[in-house]
Design a protein around this ligand. Structure first.
Ligand code: HEM
Ligand code: HEM
Length: 420
């Protein structure tokens, strides 16, 4: 019996095993989110390899003559249709994957096997839903075609006893007859097995009571009622109010401040002798503070971590990944502080809580106010021990300094009374 060319046979089994690996890994990625940054890169790398191997296979199909079909009639037509469908699956799965990555909100760059950058396809962002839906549906279409394909092959080989499987085997070896199809099962098993162990740290951080429970800080600053001078017991209750009262000072109405556009929050960290600097493009701050009575301050800053940029799209993609911010699981960093202390004429320090990547830790910031009255300028800094938040936990962070310097500057205007 004539068989397929060796190269066609090699590509048939290699692609089949890789596809099984991809599907198993793809399903797992969904649950991993950004925790699986490296595995996402692997899935994309293997996927693009499948695309290239499939193109090679199509070329081989024209270049090396194939054995004549074993069957005509409707069965022959069905076999042909299933083969056609399998080719569409082999091309469609990687192309929809590439399209979905190219149109995602968080534009994570792809470096194929850590070496070759994969450009984003020039597609409108509106194509994302289609690409993602198609990518996930194609896996099931592929599985259905695979089932028909295998049923057909087994029917020929064993029921019709025409030895069809030998056409896709490099030699008539019973070992290969078992080993080559088994490669597909091995690919699937490997795709499921290479997942990282569940992150105990993340689970523990969620389980343990967080010092500043998020639902509570989610509330607006305890909107002090205008005119009401006694704010010794604002909704936040607590020590700050008591301190103010104990100090026996007349407590002025803390003002709400509106942060004006044009401010910045930047960060910089040493990396093996050089400094990596970047900034966050998107953040919001809610500030209630009377500069003369900082102890009644109520500060909440939310940073959209996906907006972090160091001016290099590949590194930005890494920043979004699990090794750094893990934005898919934890899109925002939140700093809250109730009360600040004066450390100089215009200098303040606020000890609060930073919630980043699922961990909440005490964090203080220092800042200086300039200007007077209802328009002030704020500039300040903080030093963040990144390890406490599991930021930079992979090999590429080996040379990174443990402390990250954060600096901010913005203008703020006092909110007119009664406006909320
Ligand atoms: C994901 C898995 C698989 C894919 C994508 C796939 C794809 C294909 C395609 C596209 C062809 C047509 C080749 C051509 O004429 O251009 C083909 C042929 C063939 N495949 Fe598969 N295959 C898969 C799994 C399997 C398995 C598990 C078996 C065996 C149990 C198998 C046995 C065969 C055989 C015997 C042929 C030759 C059919 C003939 O000579 O008409 N394939 N396969
Ligand atoms: C070559 C064959 C490929 C197969 C069979 C495959 C299969 C899958 C499957 C089954 C999923 C889970 C989908 C779901 O149920 O939501 C998935 C997810 C994913 N794939 Fe692929 N994939 C392939 C190639 C690619 C390529 C080339 C890329 C990018 C360049 C890619 C990027 C992704 C991404 C980013 C996800 C996660 C999607 C999400 O979470 O919504 N895939 N893949």
């Amino acid at each position: 019996m004539r068989r397929y060319s060796r190269i066609a046979i090699f590509l048939h089994w290699a692609i089949a095993a890789l596809l099984a690996f991809q599907i198993a890994l793809g399903w797992a990625l969904e649950d991993l989110g950004a925790r699986g940054f490296a595995l996402f890169q692997l899935h994309k790398s293997v996927g693009i390899s499948i695309l290239l191997l499939t193109l090679a296979r199509v070329a081989v199909r024209y270049w090396k003559p194939r054995p004549a079909p074993v069957e005509g009639g409707w069965q022959g037509a069905l076999a042909k249709a299933v083969h056609g469908g399998l080719y569409l699956f082999m091309l469609g799965a990687p192309l929809t994957g590439w399209a979905l990555v190219s149109t995602a909100k968080v534009r994570v760059p792809t470096l194929i096997f850590g070496v070759v950058p994969l450009p984003h396809l020039p597609l409108p962002m509106s194509a994302h839903e289609w690409a993602a839906g198609g990518h996930s549906l194609l896996a099931w279409i592929g599985i259905a075609l695979f089932a028909l394909h295998v049923a057909g092959a087994l029917r020929h080989h064993f029921l019709l006893d025409d030895g069809l499987l030998w056409r896709m085997m490099p030699s008539r070896s019973p070992v290969l007859l078992v080993a080559l199809p088994a490669l597909i099962a091995a690919g699937f098993g490997l795709g499921r097995a290479i997942l990282p162990a569940p992150a105990p740290k993340a689970a523990a951080a969620i389980a343990k009571p967080v010092p500043v429970p998020v639902p509570v800080v989610e509330q607006e600053a305890p909107a002090p009622v205008p005119e009401k001078v006694d704010n010794a017991a604002p909704a936040a209750g607590s020590a700050e109010g008591e301190n103010a009262a104990a100090a026996g000072e007349p407590v002025a109405q803390p003002s709400s401040w509106i942060v004006q556009p044009g401010g910045s929050i930047g960060f910089s960290v040493g990396n093996g002798g050089e400094t990596i600097s970047g900034s966050f493009a998107k953040w919001t701050a809610k500030i209630v503070m009377d500069p003369d009575h900082p102890d009644s301050a109520d500060i909440r800053v939310e940073i959209d971590l996906a907006s972090a940029s160091v001016g290099d799209s590949y590194k930005d993609g890494m920043l979004a990944g699990d090794e750094f911010f893990g934005v898919a699981a934890h899109p925002r960093a939140i700093f809250t502080a109730k009360g600040a202390e004066r450390t100089g004429a215009n200098n303040y320090r606020a000890a609060g809580t930073l919630t980043l990547k699922g961990a909440s830790k005490p964090q203080s910031i220092r800042f200086t106010l300039s200007g007077t009255g209802k328009a002030r300028k704020v500039s300040g800094s903080a030093t963040i021990a990144r390890a406490a938040f599991d930021v930079g936990n992979g090999e590429s962070s080996a040379g990174l300094d443990p402390k990250v310097a954060v600096s901010f500057a913005f203008s703020a205007r006092a909110k007119p009374a009664g406006m909320d």
